[in-house]
Each structure stands twice: as structure tokens, then as C-alpha cells.
Design a protein around this ligand. Structure first.
Ligand code: FMN
Length: 187
């Protein structure tokens, strides 16, 4: 027996990220779970139009996507509770910049991507910003063979149904590999 839940978005968990932007000349960070992979080089973030951050991304055409580990759960949640309209969230973190001078990044986040705004999808309630990744900055501690190792990164996952942060489980099987056993017929 299956139940119809209505048009509920069930695409969780997603990573929880901190998006950095320069707003009114100052760095600001917003917590975002509506993040998507568009292509190997382009990512999307869906921001409600009421948020303080949006104007800064429109103005400077740049933003960062920083990946907190589970250790940064309190600061990450705080950035999703407080608005830059009233609170300076920039003093929470050590900030650094890369090529894009208006995409502030967080030193405490093991991986940060700086993105140039490529296009905006204008929904009535949300701006979906699509950014082209121009550089990815990673702490050596989370790398293995020069690649981000998610078991070292320990990403902070978000689930809407439980309204909780989750951590990553175990690897299950090798991609583009485990399915090969069905090539010779089902067992
Ligand atoms: C875990 C979590 C995930 C969130 N994800 C999003 C999101 O994907 N899009 C969005 O517009 N707001 C999201 N929010 C809400 C914003 O982070 C929050 O309203 C924030 O205070 C806005 O900051 P700003 O006004 O400084 O831009 C999320 C909040 C939390 C706690």
C-alpha cells in the first residue's frame, strides 16, 4: 500500500551550504539547502526573494558556495536564522577571497567554490541563481589523491521532513561498476 503525499518535494537529503555574497559593501552569509548540480561546472541555489543576500548577488554577479563540515552545525544554523538586514554575520568567520573580489569565502569551511553569476531564473517567490564555478578552494586535510574525500569532509546534510541535520553514512558500492553484474542476465 502506497500513500499519495501531494506534490511534496522529497528530494532530501541535500548538502547544507553557506552562500557568501557582498551586500551593501559587506560580506554576508546565508544558509542554503536548495542547492543543485546543473552541469560539471554550474550549480544552482534557490533563494527566497525576501532574503537580504539576493540584492548583493544581483549587483555583483558573484557568490560563493562553502561546504561546512558537521563541526560547524551551530554557526550554519545561526546563518539560517538571522538575517543580514539586522545582524552582521560576517564576524562569525575568518573570511578570504579568491579571483572574484565580491564572493567572500569562509576559512572554517573545508571546501569553498567561488561562482560567477551565469543566469537567474525568476520565479515569483524565488531567485534561482545559476553560477559558473571559477575556482574551488579545499583544505589539505579533506583531500585524498588531490580530490575531495567526503569521508574527511563530513558534510552537513539537511532533511526537510525531520527538520534535522544529518551526517553521511557508509559507502555502498562502486559507481559505473556494481551494475555490471546484471549485464549477463538477472540472477
Ligand atoms: C537549514 C536551513 C536551510 C535553509 N535553506 C534555504 C534555502 O535553500 N533557500 C532560502 O531561500 N532560504 C533558506 N534558509 C533560510 C535562510 O538561510 C534564512 O532566512 C536567512 O536568515 C536569510 O539570510 P539573509 O536575510 O541574510 O540573506 C535555510 C535556513 C536553514 C536553517
Amino acid at each position: 500500500m502506497r500513500q499519495e503525499l501531494g506534490p511534496i518535494n522529497a528530494l532530501y537529503p541535500t548538502p547544507t551550504v553557506l552562500v557568501g555574497a557582498t551586500v551593501n559593501g559587506k560580506p554576508n552569509f546565508i544558509t542554503v539547502a536548495h542547492i543543485g548540480i546543473m552541469t560539471h561546472t554550474h550549480i544552482s541555489i534557490g533563494l527566497g526573494k525576501i532574503h537580504y543576500t539576493n540584492a548583493g548577488i544581483h549587483e555583483n554577479r558573484a557568490f560563493s558556495v562553502c561546504l561546512p563540515s558537521v563541526d560547524l552545525v551551530v554557526e550554519t544554523d545561526y546563518c539560517g536564522i538571522m538575517t543580514g538586514k539586522k545582524t552582521d554575520k560576517s564576524s562569525l568567520f575568518d573570511i578570504f577571497y579568491g579571483e572574484l573580489r565580491s564572493a567572500p569565502m569562509i576559512a572554517q569551511c573545508p571546501v569553498c567554490m567561488e561562482c560567477r553569476l551565469d543566469q537567474v531564473i525568476d520565479y515569483p517567490s524565488h531567485d534561482v541563481f545559476i553560477g559558473e564555478i571559477v575556482q574551488t578552494h579545499a583544505a589539505a586535510e579533506v583531500l585524498a589523491d588531490g580530490k575531495v574525500d567526503i569521508s574527511r569532509l563530513r558534510p552537513l546534510l539537511f532533511d526537510m521532513a525531520s527538520k534535522q541535520y544529518w551526517s553521511l553514512g557508509e559507502a555502498v558500492a562502486n559507481c559505473w561498476n556494481v551494475g555490471k553484474q546484471l549485464k549477463h542476465g538477472l540472477h
